[in-house]
Design a protein around this ligand. Structure first.
Ligand code: P6P
Length: 334
């Protein structure tokens, strides 16, 4: 059991050897994410005060207006990782293609690639609702010392060596796993240190919160409609509560603490769903499973999906194990 109030730095050092491939590289990646998270947190908290809110005028590959904080967060995480010469490649929601990182020494021996959504939920920024960073880490599959290829990024979620998120909310937290459970660290902004505040985070097997944008109800598949009617029926511990922040990291984080299910299904408006497999669904699925929860596309385990494109979208059901199972039952029977 991890005792509370340990700093993130102490935790990383103590657990470095627990990690099978431990050469310190993965620890240095987590440390870089820690540093970038503090820098982004500072700007997110100042967004209302300085001229950094509002669209940057550009559009990302998703065709979404880029908020200036999106651009800032993307640049911060990318530069922090590149400057420390610890990864061989980076993919981001904000970049059309992956970035090949040439190490400072000519024979780049770095073994890891990082995929990320640098600021998820960014449309909430100018209405002061919490947003988050999501990251996923893989070992490269192509020969060390050669430039990375798409093969290094298009890996099944089961191959992840680490995943996590930063939630910039009423407090800023870094929540991550390296395959040995999920731990949450809360930032003390006065001294810029993350402390272990939520050791061994677990989803309850059952829950009574469902998170979905019910405004899209008429566009949902019948199985989702049937599941929503089940959640709203007066029977046993139902009706459940509907809670939807519109920020995946925040909805996921609340559901992990209180129990619940998050659903972003396919619909006639979004035939492949909205969330991206590689840098949103896979990392959240890794966390969910490590916390005793479940993550599927309504039919199949998210982390078994064979990726075909960097920005591909999937339908996403994630949270308390029994709630996801029940939703899958409705999907299969519809
Ligand atoms: P909608 C944010 O853009 C996001 O990717 C998730 O963080 C969030 O849960 C979802 O999309 C919100 O989408 O269509 O309900 O506004």
């Amino acid at each position: 059991m991890q005792e509370k109030n340990k700093t993130l730095g102490e935790y990383i050092i103590e657990n470095q050897n627990a990690f099978q491939y431990s050469t310190g590289e993965l620890s240095r990646i987590i440390n870089s994410i820690r540093l970038a998270a503090k820098v982004v947190n500072y700007k997110v908290n100042k967004a209302g005060l300085v001229d950094i809110v509002g669209a940057a005028g550009e559009q990302n590959i998703q065709g979404e207006d880029q908020q200036k904080l999106d651009v800032f967060a993307n640049d911060t995480f990318i530069q922090t990782l590149i400057n420390r010469n610890i990864v061989c490649g980076i993919a981001s929601e904000e970049n059309d293609d992956f970035i090949t990182v040439n190490s400072l020494d000519e024979n780049n021996q770095n073994k890891y690639v990082v995929l990320m959504d640098p600021l998820d939920g960014s449309s909430n920024i100018d209405v002061n609702v919490s947003v988050g960073t999501i990251f996923s880490v893989f070992r490269r599959v192509t020969p060390v010392g050669t430039p990375v290829t798409s093969e290094d990024f298009l890996q099944k979620g089961v191959n992840q060596v680490a995943a996590g998120y930063v939630v910039y909310g009423t407090s800023t937290m870094l929540v991550y796993t390296t395959g040995h459970g999920v731990n949450g660290f809360t930032l003390n902004p006065a001294i810029g240190t993350f402390y272990l505040s939520h050791p061994n985070m677990q989803f309850s097997k059952d829950g009574n919160i469902y998170s979905i944008n019910e405004g899209n109800y008429v566009h949902f598949p019948q199985g989702v409609k049937n599941y929503l009617k089940y959640c709203q029926a007066e029977e046993g511990d139902r009706p459940y509560s509907s809670r939807y922040i519109g920020s995946l990291v925040s909805d996921f984080h609340r559901n992990m603490i209180k129990g619940g299910i998050y659903i972003y299904p396919t619909s006639s408006k979004a035939p492949n769903g909205k969330l991206r497999l590689l840098y949103e669904c896979n990392p959240m699925a890794f966390l969910a499973e490590q916390a005793g929860g479940k993550a599927s596309d309504g039919y199949n385990r998210i982390m078994e999906i064979e990726p075909t494109e960097l920005h591909q979208r999937v339908s996403f059901f994630c949270g308390s194990y029994n709630m996801v199972e029940k939703a899958e039952e409705f999907m299969k029977n519809s």
